[in-house]
Design a protein around this ligand. Sequence first.
Ligand SMILES: Cc1cc2nc3c(=O)[nH]c(=O)nc-3n(C[C@H](O)[C@H](O)[C@H](O)COP(=O)(O)OP(=O)(O)OC[C@H]3O[C@@H](n4cnc5c(N)ncnc54)[C@H](O)[C@@H]3O)c2cc1C
Length: 359
Amino acid sequence: MRGDPAECIPALAADLHARTVHTAPCPAFDELRESQAVSRALAADGAELHVHDETTMIAAGDLPFSIGELPDVFSNFRRRVERECRVRAPLPVPAIRGASDGTRALAAARSDATLAAPDLAEARAAAAAHDSRSSFGSHGARARGLARIEQWFWADDCVARYKETRDGLVGADFSSRLSPWLSLGTVSPREVAAEIRRYESERTANESTYWLFFELLWRDYFHFWVRRWQGRAFNARGVLGRTPCGAPDRDAFAAWCDGATGERFVDAGMRELRATGQLSNRARQNVASWLARTAGIDWRWGAAWFESQLIDFDVGPNWGNWQYVAGVGNDPRNRVFDVRGQAERYDRDGAYRERWAGG
Ligand SMILES: Cc1cc2nc3c(=O)[nH]c(=O)nc-3n(C[C@H](O)[C@H](O)[C@H](O)COP(=O)(O)OP(=O)(O)OC[C@H]3O[C@@H](n4cnc5c(N)ncnc54)[C@H](O)[C@@H]3O)c2cc1C
């Protein structure tokens, strides 16, 4: 089922004879309005939207400060949260009480089939699955997310090596690849946190297992960040109003989108993004820094392009990271990436550039 959530969700609820719909919504401006519209539409049918505080690993209600007092620097946020908060156990998947077997089967099929993202993501998934250059093709339904956890944590022990591998560019397992499910909400960050704890108690606890938790705290930070800053998350001068944005150079921007800048490391990343809707964190940092800091193009164009292409698009993590890299957000060190130096360091043998940008 696809379309306006305020129409589709009440229709689905009616189909399933559901009186309550549970959600943990994205707290950004447009998404909050959408959630309110769904709530009103359900209420008109006599049903209720139950909003859970489970979008983030740390519940917003457990923070030791108000959202308006969110620290400007991530490290200050992390230190306080690690000292003063605990991660709640994930909520169980809601049961459909009193429903017939047929209704239960329908609900299960719907939840497993739902990609919950626009057609574009499906097209990307199909393209990635058939593109021999692509390293990772699995995303979408919750069952596949749980299978990914099982494989990456337990079958292959990749989580125990994550700190050393996380800057990888080629391959499926250098990072968890859980972002598409986390951004859609088909796997919750608290489920991943619980899996980290279980792995640490049953196998090993080391810097790598901690580092996955650390990255999930980054995700939390940017979710709270977009709640704090709302419309200013999309403001050219950034949340701190630091520097004017870059120039609106349409040709240079088009070349960046097409992976035709002539800077091979950047072009490799942009071609991978376009072909698969995926990009490693290291490549994202480099292509973003190049656009905003080296080419001097308006960073919001880059953020909007990512929004249209990424299969794991998530408002806070995307716009927050873009502001951070563009030097108008919350990076106290205001770094600019030396893209060639980065390529030599992280793509030493040139395999990534070769794969996506040719010889
Ligand atoms: C310019 C730019 C744009 C980005 N846009 C998005 C986006 O739209 N959606 C998105 O989920 N992430 C975004 N990120 C963050 C990060 O690149 C991805 O979360 C990560 O590459 C996803 O791969 P993974 O699941 O294997 O991550 P892992 O390395 O396995 O990390 C585990 C999880 O931690 C979270 N995480 C990791 N790094 C970050 C980070 N820097 N900021 C916030 N959360 C993080 C993600 O939920 C991720 O799934 C962006 C980063 C940059 C530099």
